[in-house]
Write a protein that binds this ligand. Structure first.
Ligand code: ADP
Ligand code: MG
Length: 244
C-alpha cells in the first residue's frame, strides 16, 4: 500500500479502552487506505468502532498502536503545529447532532473555522457566500439555526466543514436525525461536493440506500474493516431492528 497515492493510510491501527480488569479493542488492527477524491461509506452495528475510527483518522483521537499517514506523513511524527493545521484545515467533521452555535447566524457558523484559522475578513465573506450557494441556501445566511429546518441546519454544518477547503470530510451519521427525503437531499449535496470540489468523503451511515451508492462501501465489525456491505452485518442489523 502506497502512502503517497492515498490521502489517508492506516497500518495496524488499534485503539483499546480499559474495561474492568481487561481492555476492549474498539479498533483492532485496521490496515486501510483511501485515495484522494474517493467517496466511502461505513456501515456496522452500534459499538463496532465506527466513531472511534473516524476520530482516529481525523486526528481528534490518538491510537493505542499502529500508524496513520496523512498525505504520506505519519501523524505520530508531526509537530504540534502540523497536527493542529491538519485538524483545522485538512479535515472537516460533520456529526449527527448538528453542533451549530445557536447564537450565531448560518453565515457566522460557516465562517467560524476561517476565523479560527485567521482568514482575512474579505476572503472569508466571499467563501461564506460561495458555500451558501453550494448548499442551495444563498439567501439564508442571516438566519439563526432555530429558524432553519433540520436538513438546512445539516447543510450549514456541511458548509462549515468545507470552509477551509479540507481534503477530507468525515461525517458521523450525518442524516441520523433526518427523514428519508431530507437525508436523500443531503447525500445529493455531498455527492456534488465530492465531484465538484474533489473532496474525499467518508460517511458513517445506518442507511442502506446511502451505503450502497458510495464508490466504496465498507463495513466495520468488531473493530475490523471490510470492503463492501457484509451479509453478517445485515443479519445483525435485522436483529437490532427487530425485523428478523
Ligand atoms: P460505533 O460508533 O460503531 O457505535 P464506537 O466507536 O463509539 O462505536 O465504540 C466502539 C467501542 O469502544 C464500544 O465498545 C464502545 O463502548 C467503546 N468506547 C468508545 N469510546 C469509549 C471511551 N471513551 N471509553 C471507553 N470505551 C469507549
Ligand atoms: Mg458512533
Amino acid at each position: 500500500m502506497s502512502e503517497e497515492d492515498h490521502v489517508i493510510v492506516t497500518t495496524g491501527l488499534t485503539k483499546e479502552y480499559p474495561f474492568g480488569e481487561t481492555t476492549i479493542k474498539a479498533i483492532n488492527g485496521i490496515d486501510f487506505a483511501i485515495k484522494r477524491g474517493d467517496y466511502a461509506t461505513i456501515v456496522g452495528p452500534s459499538g463496532s468502532g465506527k466513531t472511534t475510527f473516524l476520530n482516529l483518522i481525523g486526528s481528534i483521537d490518538t491510537p493505542t498502536s499502529g500508524e496513520i499517514y496523512f498525505n504520506g506523513k505519519k501523524i505520530s511524527e508531526m509537530t504540534g503545529n502540523e497536527v493542529r493545521d491538519l485538524r483545522r484545515t485538512k479535515v472537516g467533521f460533520v456529526f449527527q447532532a448538528f453542533n451549530l452555535l445557536e447564537i450565531l447566524t448560518a453565515s457566522e457558523n460557516i465562517a467560524l473555522p476561517m476565523i479560527i484559522n485567521g482568514t482575512p475578513a474579505r476572503e472569508r465573506e466571499d467563501r461564506v457566500q460561495e458555500l451558501l450557494e453550494i448548499i442551495g441556501m444563498p439567501d439564508r445566511g442571516n438566519h439563526f439555526p432555530m429558524e432553519l429546518s433540520g436538513g438546512q441546519r445539516q447543510r450549514v454544518a456541511i458548509a462549515r466543514a468545507l470552509a477551509n477547503k479540507p481534503e477530507v470530510i468525515l461525517l458521523d451519521e450525518p442524516t441520523g436525525q433526518l427523514d428519508s427525503n431530507t437525508s436523500r437531499e443531503i447525500m445529493d449535496y455531498l455527492i456534488k461536493i465530492n465531484e465538484e470540489e474533489n473532496v474525499t468523503l467518508i460517511v458513517v451511515t445506518h442507511e442502506d440506500t446511502i451505503a450502497t451508492q458510495a464508490k466504496r462501501p465498507l463495513t466495520i465489525i468488531d473493530g475490523k474493516i471490510y470492503e463492501g456491505i457484509l451479509e453478517s452485518f445485515l443479519s445483525i442489523k435485522a436483529i437490532e431492528e427487530g425485523t428478523l
